[in-house]
Write a protein that binds this ligand. Structure first.
Ligand code: GLN
Length: 390
């Protein structure tokens, strides 16, 4: 038989999605793969019913429906503070997952280097390998997950084509400060590097932290490729709608990659989500409040269970230090946790390039009842850990 692509040797299947299967196997509360167990706003569901009846059901314009591009450009102009041409500076994609892949393929040649902060959302490594690029990892050092400026400078000295910036960050919950962003921006300008952002948690930032868009920093729009998604903002992770915002010369090429990869995002869903984009600004304030409450509830539970964590500033993840329970594999710990305690987490090692095995990631995008059940079970962790060798 002929051999299959060697590209695939560089990465494994998604550990996040594997953990969901393990959660289901043991009937564990699934705090691994980050998705809500609550519905999108009723306005969106009602619109979906209407669209089922009235259409569209056929292909949309490949780079996204005119109405959605216009609505998104208007919304993002308000939040990003920059005018975005709906015809030339935005492409609608199948989630931020496709947006990131399209961005990488648009700017990278095989052999190009790409800076990735570690720990990182697992797709970035696979994206880099799939387009033949070579990642340069720069650690975000636990427990605060800050980077060392000298290490970042050294990475830029290798003349990378792009840096990937997940802000607010998955898995750490870090929100980059203006000073950090400015430092990255200055290096990107100095070394003529693109910045590819993943900002899917842009509306989930707990006060007093604030989300700053890299594209809005002075002189950065021309070299920033902003990727985001509607999944987390409107609790529609299964709809797979995302977008890329960038200057016209980049979008021209991104459109080509997108067209040949997927043709386009689902037409009926592009129509139905307009009801979400057109929600008043209060929706985003309420969303921040909702997630702040969930964070407080969950962190209080972790305190009661005596677990050590780094307080997230944004997104809906929290990293737990498990070193007091095991000095073995975090993967085995997560399997044990799902089976014996009944709560599923993602092993931290699936996010770190470095040899770090003492973290696991929970997410808290769940209803209060689900979080309370998880906390109840987590309170048994300490006792159960004493009885078992993990
Ligand atoms: N972004 C989510 C997470 O990190 C979902 C990942 C996925 O399965 N697409 O858990």
């Amino acid at each position: 038989m002929p051999k299959m692509s060697e590209r695939l040797n560089g990465f494994t299947e998604s550990i996040i999605r594997k953990m969901t299967r393990i959660a289901n196997k043991y009937g564990a509360v699934n705090l691994s793969q980050g998705f809500p167990d609550f519905d999108p706003p009723k306005e969106i569901k009602e619109e979906l019913i209407k669209v089922a009846d009235e259409g569209p059901h056929q292909y949309e314009i490949t780079w996204g429906s005119q109405k959605l591009r216009e609505a998104l450009s208007k919304k993002q102009r308000k939040f990003m503070g920059i005018a975005i041409d709906p015809n030339k500076e935005i492409v609608i994609t199948c989630g931020s997952t496709e947006a990131m892949m399209v961005s990488m393929m648009t700017v990278c040649n095989p052999g190009d280097k790409v800076v990735v902060f570690s720990p990182f959302y697992e797709n970035y490594g696979a994206d880099a390998i799939l387009c033949g690029a070579e990642p340069i990892y720069v650690p975000l050092n636990p427990p605060e997950f800050n980077f060392d400026k000298e290490e970042l400078i050294k990475a830029f000295e290798q003349r990378p084509k792009a840096i990937i910036l997940c802000n607010p960050s998955n898995p750490t919950g870090k929100v980059f400060t203006m000073e950090e962003l400015q430092f990255i921006a200055d290096l990107a300008k100095k070394y003529d590097t693109f910045v590819i952002t993943d900002e899917v948690y842009e509306h989930i930032v707990m006060k007093p932290n604030k989300h700053h868009y890299m594209a809005s920093l002075p002189g950065m729009f021309e070299r920033t490729i902003s990727c985001s998604s509607l999944s987390k903002t409107y609790a529609i992770t299964g709809w797979r709608i995302g977008y890329v915002i960038a200057p016209e010369n980049i979008i021209e090429n991104a459109k080509k990659v997108h067209d040949f990869l997927t043709v386009g995002a689902a037409a009926p869903l592009q129509a139905a989500i307009l009801a979400g984009i057109n929600l008043p600004d209060k929706y985003y304030e309420d969303l921040t409040e909702l997630y702040t409450k969930k964070r407080e509830l969950f962190l209080k539970g972790l305190d009661e269970a005596g677990l050590k964590y780094t307080k997230p500033e944004g997104a809906y993840y929290v990293m737990i230090d498990i070193s007091e329970f095991t000095d073995g594999s975090d993967v085995e710990f997560c399997e044990w946790l799902a089976k014996e305690v009944g709560v599923a987490a993602v092993p931290g090692s699936s996010f770190f390039k470095e040899d770090v095995n003492n973290y696991i990631r929970f997410h808290f995008a769940k209803n209060e009842d689900t979080l309370l059940e998880a906390i109840k079970r987590l309170k048994t962790l300490r006792e159960k850990a004493k009885l078992t060798r993990i």
